[in-house]
Design a protein around this ligand. Structure first.
Ligand code: PLP
Length: 409
């Protein structure tokens, strides 16, 4: 809040396409899709229309004992789109809750079979949300450290984004050996550890990790909350590894950035472990008031329509190539450590700056004053634009970032 003494909040009046507009008529190019949620621009006419027409019939309904058409349609569509073997869906209403659901289900799956497996394994530098379970499996000290004493048990293995793939897998195998019979699941952010500074790794790690998880009999949870829905070039990042996770957590882009919604997808086999008569006490109990909200599901179906009708993944290939070309010039700057990219996520890591200086804030201010919303993560400047971004807009966001980085002393 203290930062806002010198840079007040910006009240936004409207949005259109990749732009946001404040009450003084200033426009800001949303180069980060409003925290990675917006896929098809602000106030997208098609999604607006679909939400409005849903609103005429039903805004929300209790999701226990009742269901509704948009949820059924969405579930059927996601099962067709997701990696093979994920036939069952659990609805929740935000990303962190999806992680809680996947963790609880993994734990309870074993408990229903008579085993108490109280450890989760995740990667160093990972981020999975900020509710207590999600925070416990994350590894960004900034968010986690304060709450250390009150978190559930998790251990971390080395991240393939920070060390060589073989070393990361060896570290994971050591964890799996050490906690054999106690670990219920491994949870990862496939391909990109977003909040951990857009740290990237190859799909081959995921393929090999899946084999390890099978060998040691633990679940693999894919947190595609940030990278799902086309961000890494394919609909889901896991597709690039040619294997399926046991749980797939989706949120953020699922509604095109309109409304809070999340789903956890899993197999018939996992579902079967909870299917019982009430008295057996094996059912999965987890509910939120707004679970499977009707308007959010309508927005999600509209989002999937746009993917189909606009051939988005195909069209994004040109934008991905454009971003790649634009990134090259950053490599010429002396204060740039590295540039990297996975699909529609591009990052420029800077070197030699003390975190205390908060150059991210300097860059944020510089870009805002030139009409671009950038929000660096520490020393990492990144672009995660909506898919409707034009070539000119891509130029503008990278030009402004280039100017900001060049201007740093
Ligand atoms: C990979 C990942 N998982 C989980 C979350 C948490 O989602 P939410 O902010 O909706 O709780 C985020 C949010 O940034 C995320 O990037």
């Amino acid at each position: 809040m203290k930062d806002y003494e010198t840079l007040p909040f910006i009240p936004i009046k409207s949005g259109s396409g990749a732009y946001l507009e404040d009450f003084d008529g200033n426009r800001y190019l949303d180069a980060i899709s409003s925290w990675w949620v917006n896929l098809f621009g602000h106030a997208n006419p098609y999604i607006n229309e679909k939400i409005k027409s849903q609103l005429e019939n039903l805004e929300h309904v209790i999701f226990a004992g009742f269901t509704h058409l948009p949820a059924v349609e969405l579930a059927e569509r996601l099962v067709k789109l997701a990696p093979r073997g994920l036939e069952k869906l659990f609805f929740a209403d935000n990303g962190s809750s999806a992680i809680e659901v996947a963790l609880k289900m993994s734990f309870q799956y074993f408990k229903n079979g008579g085993e108490v497996r109280d450890i989760f394994i995740s990667l160093e530098n990972s981020y999975h949300g900020e509710t207590m379970g999600a925070l416990a499996v994350g590894d960004v000290a900034l968010y986690k450290e304060t709450y250390g004493e009150i978190l559930i048990k998790s251990v971390q293995a080395k991240s393939p984004a920070l060390v060589e793939e073989d070393e990361a897998l060896e570290s994971m195998e050591n964890r799996l050996k050490q906690y054999r019979g106690r670990a219920s699941a491994v949870v990862i952010e496939p391909l990109v550890q977003c909040a951990g500074g857009m740290a990237m790794y190859d799909a081959s790690y995921i393929t090999r990790l899946k084999a390890l998880c099978e060998r040691y009999g633990v679940f693999l949870i894919a947190d595609e909350i940030a990278v799902g829905f086309g961000r890494t070039g394919t609909m889901f990042a896991f597709e690039q590894a040619g294997v399926s996770p046991d749980f797939l957590c989706l949120s953020k882009g699922i509604t095109g950035g309109y409304l809070p919604l999340s789903v956890v997808m899993t197999s018939d086999e996992v579902y079967g472990a909870f299917y019982c008569d009430y008295v057996e006490g094996k059912s999965f109990l987890h509910s939120h008031s707004y679970t499977g909200n009707t308007l959010a599901c309508a927005a999600a179906n509209a989002t999937l329509d746009l993917f189909e009708n606009m051939k988005v993944l195909e069209k994004n290939r040109e934008k991905i190539a454009h971003l790649e070309r634009s990134l090259k010039r950053f490599d010429t700057l002396k204060n740039v450590e590295e540039t990297r990219q996975r699909g529609m996520i591009a990052a420029v890591e800077l070197k030699g700056y003390d975190p205390i200086r908060r150059i991210g804030l300097e860059i944020y201010r510089y870009a805002l004053s030139r009409g671009v919303l950038l929000r660096p993560l520490g020393n990492v400047v990144y672009f995660m634009p909506p898919y409707i971004v034009t070539d000119e807009e891509l130029e503008k966001m990278t030009d402004v970032a280039f100017g900001a980085i060049s201007a740093l002393s």
